[in-house]
Design a protein around this ligand. Structure first.
Ligand code: PLP
Length: 395
């Protein structure tokens, strides 16, 4: 069954969309719920007491509860809405994590999980450690343990799924190892929720950053899960309206979580819409989503393998959604331009992961990024267009 019919973009566009790692298309019910909020009951939340304001607050809080259950968090106070993973990481970086002598990341991180640490004055070997990888970009647990032995009580911040190469990290094992050395773990889940079931209690991470717009929901909405035991140890990094119990000219007292962390007017429509995206995933089911994605990924890999000029960086083992490659003797940007002319949406470049590109001694890659609404026809169309582009660039 094709799920494209639930996404209005596919009705209105003749583009073959293969850039879901950048942002996913939005479900009809998500768009309808945003429209409904703005046209039927637009009011601020957690402030006024009239009907529409109460309705907006109820829907907003229902989204929080839905997300809590969706990821199997213990309590809704553990769910803080943000504008996305970038804000979630910046929040924890400039709050809880700032007090740790050492922050440990992996070599496959997105700039969102590198630059905030640099801004905190950390650099390689001076407050920041980077775990390398083994074959097929597998997280190097031996090196991780060596770093933890030298630096117990660190803050670990690693991606679940690589946006550049689709590698899936064993985050449960990362958390267990980090906890053994009294360290805390934040998981960058930007590329996770659209593709894989997340069970927070099973993973046992301390923080988990979520992106709405990469999960079929509106842009400008995301969340960070904070483990209940840590809620009182995490300081808000922004304060203001809606975070307080009392304010005098002399001092302020803050509300409990999650409210003390959500300063100012939030992306109310986005949060409400986010729930609709999660409901949609529940209706489809992760089993179907994962099965479809693995089939597509393997098919894509096998079709690319037939093109002799394709240079791969990793295989299909422990990878999902994002497939990166290059064409021998051809600049990736040129491929991007020629594919765009043929109405194929893919991304070329460093994918906000410059350090790993540097390590591989390349400027960037051609990335095909799949979601479960893609089908085999999309891949066939892409392969024909890619072959045409290669022919034009090589002839
Ligand atoms: N982390 C990873 C792995 C990503 O792929 C992205 C976006 O591409 C981000 C972080 C930033 O996420 P957001 O757009 O929700 O801020």
């Amino acid at each position: 069954m094709s799920y494209k019919k639930f996404f209005p973009y596919f009705k209105n566009s003749d583009i073959t969309y293969l850039d879901s790692g950048a942002t996913t298309q939005k479900v009809q019910s998500v768009i309808a719920s945003e429209l409904e909020y703005y046209t039927d009951y637009c009011a601020n939340t957690h402030r006024s007491n009239f009907g529409d304001a109460n309705k907006a607050t109820i829907h907003y809080e229902e989204s929080r509860k839905y997300l809590q259950k969706f990821i199997n968090a213990k309590d809704s106070s553990e769910i803080i809405f943000t504008k996305g993973v970038t804000e979630s990481i910046n929040f924890i970086c400039s709050s809880f994590a700032k007090n740790f002598k050492t922050v440990i990341i992996s070599s496959l991180e997105h700039h969102s999980n590198i630059v905030p640490w640099h801004m905190q004055g950390r650099s390689l070997g001076d407050g920041l450690e980077v775990v390398g990888y083994k074959d097929n970009f597998a997280f190097d647990f031996d090196e991780f343990e060596r770093i933890l032995v030298k630096n117990p009580n660190s803050f670990v911040s690693v991606t679940h799924i690589s946006n550049a190469f689709g590698t899936i990290n064993d985050i449960k094992k990362i958390c267990a190892m980090a906890h053994k050395y009294d360290s805390y773990v934040l998981i960058d889940g930007a590329q996770s929720l659209a593709h894989k079931k997340i069970d927070i209690q099973d993973i046992d991470c301390d923080f988990f950053a979520i992106s709405g717009h990469k999960t079929f929901a509106p842009t400008g909405v995301g969340a960070v899960y904070i483990k209940q035991e840590l809620l009182n140890r995490v300081e808000p990094y922004q304060t203001g309206g809606a975070t307080i119990k009392t304010v005098t000219y002399n001092s302020s007292t803050l509300l409990d979580s999650p409210y003390k962390f959500e300063a100012g007017t939030q992306n109310i429509a986005g949060v409400i819409g986010f729930r609709k995206a999660l409901e949609f995933i529940d209706e489809v089911g992760y089993e179907i989503i994962e099965k479809q994605e693995y089939r597509l990924y393997e098919y894509l890999h096998n079709e690319l393998k037939k093109i002799s000029e394709v240079v791969f960086y990793n295989t299909t083992k422990e990878t999902i959604s994002n497939k990166s490659f290059n064409i021998q003797g051809v600049i990736h940007d040129d491929v991007g331009i020629l594919l765009d002319k043929q109405k194929i949406a893919i991304r070329v470049g460093h994918h906000c992961a410059m350090p790993i590109m540097e390590k591989l001694e390349i400027k960037g890659t051609i990335r095909v990024s799949l979601a479960f609404y893609n089908d085999f026809d999309d891949i066939d169309i892409f392969i024909v267009a890619l072959k045409r582009a290669i022919k034009m660039l090589k002839d």
